[in-house]
Design a binder for this molecule. Structure first.
Ligand code: ZN
Length: 478
């Protein structure tokens, strides 16, 4: 099969989660590389990834063995010394309508923050033109930062949330989009009229989005989105659980995020148990369900989540502002709890997954300091490699789309980035003694949107190839 595009140079990716032993029979290709044999994060130099015109990966392997397919490729990108190809970033928790006030409103605890900033901003996006403006900007911004997939909260409004999904598709970002459901404890003008109409709107949103995306390779998927326990009646939660089962849909919400939220939940449901137990009773803990934060979950809650195949969206930057605690990421990864990384815009002030990765490392350091002060045991530290896992393969597993994206292997879709440590205006200085591992660590630790020099999804690949054809500038070296 002829390749539309071949990218030749250094490839970095997580081939499996950390702390999980490799299946001896799996991945015969990896066995060729003795250095990578035991590693879950691999950096392969002089490698080659080839993609067909639909954006499906058709070859991954050593460049030395790929002469024929590379020579036959319509376009070849040969990476420079400090450039590398990696899977695109996956933001597992982000609120698109809150982007307009990102970088402000960092001064209040969660429950008053919602009332004073969030609900008014979301209410305003009932106007689809206003929504279109905000959504155009957040999708463009996150794509520039290397986010090829995002799991978005929209607003209560079906039409505006559909605009968000349409914007993602048009700009080439893979998206899982939720119309928010909330039938209590909102505010004047921003709460659904009653539970019945809330469920009808949620179902209409799922059906319409599925219909509008037919034949578009699953680039935008609907998500059932109860905001969180305090704003959803048990009837609404149960109805959404039924819809998740009926339409085989992803689910997203917030879970045991902060002390004020946990107190509010407990006051509404005395003696009924934790957020996790309440979600589970409604059938909302399932594969592809992504629950943000989880900072105040118990070991039993995490075990329940794991048993159901549901995942945590770890949002470390937001946690510093709201959560009154930290998530024990290293412990949960060792236990095999599914987990991705989220920016949680605007609770997290940065839409960049580079910042989310750095914040995850810092949060684990803060957790270790706290544990030491309290004389607790525990392995809390994660490093840039674990953060990169959460931002790529971990996110794909959390969203239950790891059969399509999260790593670059044959048969998967080409959601990928070219990172360049030497990009114009870069914040990074590479020295002659730096190894390729050092360059990758510098990209994770110091990188930003300037270092993302090319973003690919199947939609963006088609646009790229059309542009190349139009300009008639194909050469064997970019
Ligand atoms: Zn959130």
């Amino acid at each position: 099969m002829a390749a539309a595009l071949a990218v030749c140079g250094t490839l970095v990716q997580c081939e499996r989660p950390p702390y999980v032993q490799r299946d001896k029979d799996a991945d015969a290709q990896s066995k060729d590389d003795a250095d990578a044999q035991e590693s879950w994060l691999v950096i392969r130099q002089a490698w080659c990834v080839c993609v067909d015109a639909q954006g499906i990966i058709i070859h991954v392997g050593p460049l030395a063995e790929a002469g024929e397919i590379v020579n036959g490729a319509q376009k070849v990108i040969r990476l420079e010394k400090h450039q590398m190809l990696c899977p695109g970033f996956i933001d597992t928790h982000i609120h698109a309508p809150q982007y307009s006030y990102t970088g402000t409103a960092t001064d209040k605890p969660l429950m008053s923050w919602l009332q004073d900033y969030t609900f008014p901003a979301e209410k305003a996006l009932q106007d689809v033109e206003k929504a279109a403006e905000v959504y155009e900007r957040i999708v463009a911004r996150t794509l520039r930062c290397g986010t090829t997939t995002a799991m978005y909260f929209g607003t209560l409004h079906n039409a505006s949330s559909q605009v968000l999904a349409d914007t993602c598709f048009r700009l080439g970002q893979r998206a899982l989009v939720g119309k928010v459901s909330m039938d209590r404890n909102g505010q004047q003008g921003y709460q659904e009229a009653d539970t019945k109409s809330a469920l009808q709107d949620a179902e209409n949103f799922v059906r319409n989005l599925k219909q509008s995306q037919a034949g578009k390779a699953g680039m935008a998927l609907p998500v059932l989105t109860p905001r969180f326990i305090p704003t959803c009646t048990p009837e609404l939660l149960r109805g959404l659980g039924d819809l998740a089962r009926q339409y085989d849909c992803n689910v997203q919400s917030h879970i045991s995020e902060s002390l004020d939220e946990v107190e509010f939940s407990a006051a509404l449901h005395p003696g009924e148990g934790s957020d996790a137990i309440l979600f589970d009773a409604a059938g909302l803990l399932r594969k592809g369900a992504v629950m943000a934060h989880g900072v105040h979950m118990s070991d039993a809650d995490f075990a329940l989540l794991k048993a159901r195949g549901a995942a945590i969206a770890h949002c470390p930057l937001s946690n510093f502002f709201f959560a009154h605690g930290y998530l024990p990421v290293a412990k949960l990864l060792k236990q095999g709890v599914l987990m991705g990384l989220g920016t949680d815009v605007a609770g997290g002030y940065s839409p960049s997954m580079f910042n989310a990765m750095r914040s995850a490392v810092l949060a684990s350091k803060a957790g270790a300091i706290q544990a030491r002060t309290a004389h607790l045991d525990g392995d809390h530290i994660i490093d840039y490699r674990h953060a990169f896992f959460l931002a790529t393969l971990g996110g794909a597993q959390a969203l239950d789309i790891d059969d399509k994206v999260g790593k670059l292997q044959v048969g998967m879709q080409f959601d990928a980035l070219i990172l360049d440590a030497d990009a114009p205006g870069t914040n990074i200085d590479v020295f002659p003694r730096d190894s390729i591992e050092d360059v990758f660590q510098k990209l994770c630790t110091l990188g930003d949107d300037r270092n993302v020099i090319r973003v690919f999804t199947p939609v963006l690949l088609q646009a790229y190839m059309q542009k190349r054809a139009k300009l008639e500038t194909e050469t064997s070296k970019e």
